[in-house]
Design a protein around this ligand. Structure first.
Ligand code: LMR
Length: 332
């Protein structure tokens, strides 16, 4: 892997190239790690279209998908350093930056459905969480959905005890680590672009992701079994370098805020369908056997994962979890 410094130098080169091509236009680079045809990839393209339209071309948005510029943890450092203007890391990737409040989103079975989730992310709690990023040199603009994760592996995993002894790829999150350890799994932190190969080579046995990521990363080709557990949420915070954002002319910033608000509505509207379509495609391809949980199995998973809450409460405070449950309890 290239060092972050080398990547930053390469990116600065790109910036200069972008400026000379675009003349007076302000270049906003939006880097992300997934494919263009995922909820985040489509959201980034929608933001580009709207941002360029609403600023009448005074802002040029360059979208870099598939970790072309930065992978996982690197992208957060890159946006803090101003090597790229905008990224949208999954919420599971904020913890290692010292923003442990975001860890709450990784709790298993926290959100009973989309309405409850949106009451949190698009409501007061979401606004407070985004505002908390200011002290880290970044401005939080929006929460974008991907969807609910399913577990996949190289053997059937119907009951929680079926996972014992497996090595499972996770994102760099203490909560996901606790979740896997509670199931007797050996968690392995691996950047998404390397997961297909790790599964293919037998370095890791399984993973969790929403269907859209599973499809476009071709994980279904190397995972013979999956359980439609929908046990956890995977979403994103769209963030910008604060100095860049604060330095924009006021009218440009307002136009970009409008573009972001509409791109957020768009992304969160298509996410559920995008995942349903991805699941249908993988089912049709037939390389993975997708198991529908019975209600008894689902209850067993919920019970098995309950201890993760105590672990997380000790780290981020029970009051934070209670505040979310107070909102989701009203909307489920
Ligand atoms: C993952 O690493 O599995 C996800 O965070 C990727 C993404 O950004 O959807």
């Amino acid at each position: 892997m290239k060092s972050l410094a080398a990547l930053i130098i390469a990116t600065l080169g790109l910036l200069l190239a972008g400026q000379s091509q675009a003349g007076e236009a302000i270049v906003l680079r939006f880097s992300h790690v997934v494919a263009p045809d995922t909820p985040k990839g489509l959201g980034a393209e929608k933001f580009k279209e709207l941002a360029e339209r609403y600023t009448q071309g005074r802002v040029k948005v360059e979208v870099y998908p598939l970790a072309q510029l930065y992978r996982d943890q690197e992208e957060l450092e890159a946006v803090q350093l101003g090597a790229v203007e905008m990224v949208a890391p999954s919420l599971a990737k904020f913890g290692p930056l010292g923003i442990k409040e975001f860890e709450v989103f990784d709790l298993p079975y926290l959100f009973p459905g989309w309405a409850a989730l949106h009451a949190v992310t698009q409501g007061t709690i979401g606004k407070e969480l985004l505002a908390g990023l200011d002290s880290k040199g970044i401005r939080g603009l929006a929460f974008w959905d991907n969807g609910f994760k399913i577990m996949s592996a190289n053997r059937p995993i119907h009951m929680p005890q079926d996972l014992a002894g497996l090595r499972m790829r996770i994102q760099p999150s203490r909560v996901l680590q606790a979740q896997m350890k509670t199931l007797g799994v050996v968690p392995q932190i691996i950047p998404l672009p390397a997961v297909h190969q790790a599964l293919e080579m037998g370095v890791t046995d399984g993973t969790e992701n929403p269907p859209s990521n599973m499809l476009v990363q071709r994980l279904s080709e190397v995972q013979p079994h999956a359980t439609l557990s929908n046990h956890g949420y995977l979403g994103y915070a769209v963030i910008v370098n604060k100095a860049f954002w604060d330095g924009l002319p006021r009218d440009i910033r307002s136009a970009l805020e409008r573009a972001m608000s509409e791109a957020t509505q768009y992304t969160n509207r298509i996410a559920e369908t995008a995942n349903a379509e991805a699941l249908a495609k993988m089912k049709a391809a037939g390389t993975t056997l997708f198991h529908e949980q019975t209600s008894a199995e689902r209850e067993a998973w919920i019970k098995a994962l309950e201890p993760v809450y105590a672990d997380v409460a000790a780290r981020i405070g029970k009051d934070r979890i209670d505040a979310i449950r107070a909102v989701t309890g009203l909307t489920q």
